[in-house]
Design a protein around this ligand. Sequence first.
Ligand code: AP5
Length: 214
Amino acid sequence: MNLILLGPPGAGKGTQAKKISAKYNLPHISTGDIFRETVQNGSDLGKKLQGFMSAGALVPDEVVIAIVRERLTKPDTKNGFLLDGFPRTIAQAIALDKELEKIGKKISRVISLTVNEEEIVKRLSSRRVCISCGAAYNLMTQPPKKESICNECHGQVIQRADDNADTVRNRLKVYDTQTSPLIEYYTNSGVLSSVDGMKTVEEVFKNICAAIEK
Ligand code: AP5
């Protein structure tokens, strides 16, 4: 099963991806996570990526496509994969289709999570993440047990650099102009399922599973 999770920033892609990946035993491939790891390594590429991410802009297509192409050659993707945050432009979607065609695969289903802007701003302003293990928290719904300390690894829990109000506004604009056209692209390929992301995490997950197993 080859799945894509599509949705605006803060729609719950990362939250749901962890659950889908565990239930269906699929590798979770998040381009955002890959880029954040590269930034943490402090390499020249990491410095370049940080510039795009902290402005809420997209990393250039050719960089993203090369990274995903390489990731899809890893043996753990043999029986399927779950892409989170990729593709994000029509050019990325076309490149992915071509790549999959070469290896005799295609996208099984694209789950598009819908959440309104007010909820997105609320979720992202209260999101916190562990800088050591990446565990996600939310100050309103799921705070760490000890303030700023990760429940899992005791690492430091911080606000993501791109979760400030200005950057979130730009990320939303970028989603509308560059990523939302993918909804039509995948509707036309007959693989899109739209899921209401405003419900609880468990309800959203149940509806995603129903769409996958349809
Ligand atoms: P990326 O890391 O992919 O960020 P994003 O798409 O903006 O998504 P987020 O991680 O912010 O949100 P999410 O939908 O995963 O929500 P989450 O589950 O965390 O990308 C970051 C940057 O990298 C981009 O801006 C770009 O620069 C670059 N990049 C990445 N991929 C790229 C690509 N393909 N091309 C070019 N550039 C790329 O949930 C958010 C919060 O809400 C959490 O606190 C969570 O606890 C809470 N929450 C989740 N679900 C619910 C619910 N149902 N009810 C209540 N709260 C909930």
